[in-house]
Every structure is written in structure tokens, then in C-alpha cells.
Design a protein around this ligand. Sequence first.
Ligand code: DAH
Length: 344
Amino acid sequence: MLEQLETQYKDAAAALEQISDSAALAAWERDTLGRGGWLTGMLRGVGQLPAEERAAFGKRANELKVALTGAYEAREELIKAQELARNLEEGQIDVTLPGRPRPTGGLHPSTQTLRQFAHVWADMGFQVFRSREVEDDDTNFTLLNMPPHHPARDMQDTFYTTEPNVILRTHTSPGQIRAMRELGEDGTKPIRVILPGMCYRYEQITARSEIQFHQVEGLAIGRNIRMTDLKGTIAAFARRMFGADAQVRFRASYFPFTEPSMEVDVECFLCHGDGCRVCKYSGWLEICGSGMVHPVVLRNGGYDPSVWSGFAFGFGPERMTMLMHGIEDIRYFWGNDLRFLEQF
Ligand code: DAH
């Protein structure tokens, strides 16, 4: 029995010397010193030995257990140190490697222009008023001085719904009526708002026209607002958008909801008036429609036109973005082509 103990001890000690990873070490511990291990088994069997052998065997077995435990602990420490060293080496960081870029999204070019608009108009005291995209025919047309069969309705090919009188707004101007009715407190309060938002027209999609596009409407209502206020305000806006020396000019025009009406041009910011491809050699770029709010519209908004007056304007931010960046096709805006969008 004692002989067997000595042989097994030698084998176990030799096996331990060969072990170089913690999984094998754990297995060795389980088979040797563990509760089911051979040494533990032998110690448990001491009672079955003849009485005269018990003392010597028990003593020797305990000595060997101490020796093996010590060897095991030393081995464990060595393996841990080796594994740590290996880990550190493998996990070493090469700080000279280029970083991995994390893709981040960007703002759509229209959103960027809209935010710039809102910022500049906010500085001039215009708050954002959000109006609805799904409108009724009355607000989109009739209340803006375009009764049924008015010829100006033909200019704005409309998306109708199956619900009578419910349409997609063809411009942001119906928001004028809603702003006056919601903010005007029955025609007693002045208003200064911009109304940005998506508009929809049932049109052939081409490089120059889309079925959806943004507009930024503006509306100022007060007791003494005149055409000079409109001209000065638009000119101030143009200087903020296009630079301190931006020139604007006003051309007489027609819109049913303003009287008088004007279209506003800014001197071409590419050629500074000399004439180029973008301004079609005119030296000017059209930036918005505008005018003094028509008395019919004021009345429909709840204001007495003999006391109150106002001006309104309407910008097309996609058109403006196209001019500013030399974009030649409006279809890029909603084409979701990253090669286009990533340029902004
Ligand atoms: N609603 C017009 C359109 O869609 C743009 C416009 C012109 C708005 C003149 C205005 C304005 O407020 O005064 O073409």
C-alpha cells in the first residue's frame, strides 16, 4: 500500500511539472487532492489497513499531501503569471494604428437651410409656427382669396384625398390663416411668425420640380405695417443669409393673397451681378414671393383691415439650397442617395 502511495505520488508530481495551463491544472487538482481524488481516497482508506501499518501510512500520506499541495500552489502561481504575461503581450495596443472611424449621421441639406432660416428670422423676432400638412380646401385656397374656379388654383396642382375637402397643402400660406386665428386673439394681437414645412403638388417630377418640397412662409401683422417694413425686413434677411453687401430688388408680381405683390431677387452671389450660368446671365436670383396681406385674408384671419395691416412672404428653401451649392437637379433632395447627402 505504501509502495503504491509512493508510485502514485511520483507520477502525480511529475505530471504536475508538465502542466502549463490553468484548465489542466484544475483537472490535476480534482484528480489528486480533490474530494474524489486518489490521495483523498487513500487517506480515507487508512482505517481498513492492519493496525500496525496505519500510523506509518497515515504519516507518510499526510506528508505527501502537504508536499503535493505546496507544489500545486507553486505551479498555480507560475501558470497565472505566465498567462498574465501572455495576455498582456497579445492585448498590446499599437497606438500608431489609424483609428477606426465611427460613422455619424448628418443633417439633410434642406434641414440645414431650414435651421439657418429659423435662426436668422428668430434674431429678427419671428417665432416658428407649425401648421398642418393635411389641409382643407377652404384654408388652402378659399380663405386665401382663391374661391372655387379661381384661375390661380390651376397653378397649384393639388393632391386630393378621398375625403371631400381634405387635401395636402400646396403651399404654406394656409398657415397664415391658422396663425392669425390661433395667435391673434380675435384680431387684437400683433403677430410675427415664420411657418416652415413640407408642401405637396401633383406635378410631373423633373430636374426643376418635385411633388414635395419645403416652403418657409413669413407673416407679420400689426397696426402700422407698411411696404417699407416688408422691404427692409427682407433686405435685412438677405444680408444675414448672403453677406453684408447683398443687394435685393423687388419686382411687381401677382398673388391672390397679397396686394400689392412682389417677387424678390438677390444679386447673384456667384457672379455678383456680372451674369453667369446659375443666374442665367441676368445677374439676379429670385428668392421669394411677398406682398402686403390682402384685406380679404386679414378679415378671414379675424382682423379688421381698416385698423390692421401686415406683410407676408414665401421662400423655397430647396431652390435656395440648390443655388447656394450649385445643385442642378431637385430630385437629389428626396432620392436618399448617400453620395449626394454625404456632401453636406
Ligand atoms: N404661396 C406662394 C406659392 O406657393 C408663395 C408666396 C408668395 C407666399 C407670396 C407668400 C407671399 O406669403 O406673400 O407660390
